[in-house]
Design a protein around this ligand. Structure first.
Ligand SMILES: *Cc1c(COP(=O)(O)O)cnc(C)c1O
Length: 426
């Protein structure tokens, strides 16, 4: 695609789609760049419409953990699609899939499939409210749980980039039922729980939507105890961390079991489906087993079931998948930290499993209060330096670089490019 044709398509996109895109972060606006248009992808590479071959660390925002166009997953999708794309009656496949997910994720005894992470968190919140008879939800500043009204308050990357902390269109009456606490700060949670009106505390157990912030030792355990004694439910939003920080997600990795869990992205093999699930006594309150209503025409569609099943089976069958992902991550982390020091740039690299953020500025980021101080201009130079060297990273300082298995084969060239891009940021 020549520059002229690119300009035409981008102009047309902006005429037809708000901001030219179907999801805000895709504009690349916050890094003074124009978006790349994907034509195809395979292995670790994304091929753009103007035929550049980029090493991809966006990974469909974490949904890809094996490789792009994994033959196992693609074959499963083709097979399923050729037998019908939606039935509106149950399938054997979705029952097997539910068994597979519940065998891997500690908190999940029963689950319901939905179509997006947003729908999973929204449904889990309704369940928490219905089951406790309370209304208030406690969320953490900088955590993102999809775009439903109750969660669009202090919600991290997307909104932070646009400089709109709260979206117009979210009624005050809804916002009033959301109470904000600080990540890694149990005192702020205690205060939020004190009135005794909290249905649930929801969080990303490893924060990813304000850049990667690990839970400090004792934080998740503390939340488990505090919610239990307050009679509130604990929801882990593992849409990003599920199957990315370990086969059992963050709950498996840190050994803390929430009451409810939401999953998306990897769980459906990078197709449009997601899951919420958890304790049997809670899930049995969902219609038609119980009175709390939630439904979906496309829920459990056979294409997503096939893609999810193929992906999870692959992850579960490769013995040392997560050890190797961890090794790739550790090497990249070490090299990027060394590059920061070599170029005398203040900052830090934070990583858990297959997700990693380079923060320019703060020496440690433990909550949104730290993240907000990142040097956005340095990050912009880092992003542009990487892209010039054919490496695509998320176009926001408040996001993670995501790793996939296929990065193992291009680790050296990606590390060199990203180290040089850090040099550009100096
Ligand atoms: C991506 C994400 C969501 C939203 O999922 P969608 O499928 O985009 O609606 C929710 N929570 C977390 C933690 C996410 O990373």
């Amino acid at each position: 695609m020549s520059q002229g044709i690119y300009d035409t398509i981008w102009a047309r996109a902006q005429q037809l789609l708000p901001g030219g895109v179907n999801s805000p972060v895709r504009t690349f606006g916050s890094v003074d760049a124009l978006p790349v248009f994907a034509q195809s992808a395979s292995g670790p590479h994304l091929i753009t419409s103007d035929e550049r071959k980029l090493i991809d660390f966006i990974c469909s925002w974490g949904a890809i953990v094996l490789e792009h166009a994994s033959p196992v997953v693609v074959q499963a999708i083709i097979r399923a699609a050729s037998q019908g794309t939606s039935f509106g009656v149950p399938t054997v496949g979705e029952v097997d899939y539910a068994g597979l997910v519940s065998s891997l994720v500690p908190s999940i005894e029963m689950l319901r499939m939905v179509n997006s992470g947003t729908e999973a968190t929204t449904s889990a919140l309704r369940l928490a409210r219905g089951a406790t008879g309370r209304e208030v939800v406690v969320k953490f500043e900088g955590c993102y749980h999809g775009h439903a009204d109750p969660f669009l308050i202090k919600a991290g990357s997307g909104a932070a980039n646009l400089g709109v902390p709260d979206s117009p269109g979210v009624p005050d009456s809804v916002a009033q039922s959301t109470r904000i606490a600080q990540f890694n700060d149990l005192e702020s949670v205690k205060l939020s729980l004190a009135p005794g009106d909290v249905a649930c505390v929801i969080l990303e157990p490893v924060a990813g939507n304000m850049g990667v912030i690990p839970p400090e030792p004792g934080f998740l355990e503390g939340l488990r105890e505090l919610t239990e004694s307050a009679g509130s439910l604990l929801i882990f939003d593992e849409v990003m961390t599920g199957f990315r920080v370990g086969l059992g997600g963050a709950q498996g990795r840190f050994g803390v079991t929430p009451d409810l869990t939401t999953l998306g992205k990897i769980v459906a093999g990078a197709t449009p489906a997601a899951v919420y699930g958890g304790r049997r006594d809670l899930m049995n309150q969902i219609a038609p087993a119980g009175p709390i209503y939630q439904a979906g025409t496309m829920s459990g569609n056979p294409i997503s079931v096939a893609a999810g099943t193929a992906t999870l089976n692959q992850l579960a069958s490769e013995d040392d998948f997560y050890r190797r992902l961890e090794e790739t991550g550790a090497e990249l982390e070490a090299r990027l930290s060394a590059a920061l020091s070599r170029h005398r740039i203040d900052g830090t690299v934070q990583r858990v499993g297959g997700m990693l953020t380079v923060f320019f500025g703060p020496s440690k980021v433990r909550s949104w209060d730290d993240a907000v101080h990142v040097d956005r201009e340095r990050f912009t130079r880092f992003f542009q330096g990487a892209l010039r060297r054919e490496v695509l990273i998320p176009p926001s300082p408040f996001e993670a670089l995501f790793l996939m298995e296929a990065h193992q084969g291009v680790l050296e060239e990606s590390s060199l490019a990203l180290e040089a891009a850090i040099g550009d940021a100096a």
